[in-house]
Design a protein around this ligand. Sequence first.
Ligand code: ATP
Ligand code: ZN
Length: 315
Amino acid sequence: MSEASPGVDPASYLQRLLDGGVLIATGVDGVYGRSAAFEDVVERLDALITRAGRNDGAEVLRFPPAITQRDFEMSGYLHSFPHLAGTVHSFCGDERAHREILRCVGEGEDWTAGQKIAGLVLTPAACYPVYPVMAKRGGLPGQGRLVDVYSYCFRREPSLDPTRLQLFRMREYVRLGTPEQCLEFRETWLERGQALIASLGLPLEIDVANDPFFGRAGEIMAENQRRQKLKFELLIPVADPARPTACLSFNYHSDHFGQVWDIRTPDGALGHTACVGFGMERITLALFKHHGLDPAAWPEAVRAALWSRDRTPAA
Ligand code: ATP
Ligand code: ZN
């Protein structure tokens, strides 16, 4: 899969990262181990994002990186992105079936035919577990709700571009409330996101964007999304200077999740939702690209932004 413009090969940045031990190959494109230095930056970035939102009083929730099959089906993800989803399957057979699996593995045949869905789907975006949980609480309070989530996510999009991973982390703030509350939230984070990335010495631009909807109907959905300016992205040149990478997304879902989960505001109207998503690996890879593979040698201002407030309480 090549998305590079002529003459620029994102795979060369991947090779640099593998050669430098920053990422560790597993044999599957888009699935890598991470070095201690890489993880340290991810952790500092996580703390920086916490500091950026600390006065908002977000409720912190953490979920494992899978959602229930039912919540997944309800969410509409299959409608829009069937090609990206990863389902969890397990062996549920008897001893005879077990022997058959071992025979298949031994003979290099497909052994997965008898695997059954385990009632779980890998989380495609960190905010997906939030909506059903909030719906179970009943109506939204007058001030709406604000949730802070962080999860590994899976999307089946194997690539040699190191910024397009199959397993990656997304930190999100999720807003539920009136349209005004959601749009105000998105404006605030558009500003904060730019300030945060600028403080890390990274070049950036903001653009209207669309999600990678599946199929012909998807083209129309993408067009609508762009026309209504439902999604903005903060882009940073990373693996391919000619095609900057979306490192933060600012999404307004209108009343999509409100309808799906029947989430309502105190006046009985459907709740609207919005989220800001930080692609933790993408921002980290942008830092390594622009400042070099050794964080100890990064510019002082960048190091200060990430490390100097180590002992400042994050909340
Ligand atoms: P893209 O358009 O590049 O596929 P997206 O706009 O669909 O990404 P979102 O669904 O908005 O991405 O996800 C929120 C954030 O998660 C993105 O801004 C990005 O930083 C990160 N992200 C999305 N897909 C990937 C991926 N395959 N690998 C690494 N990070 C990703
Ligand atoms: Zn989200």
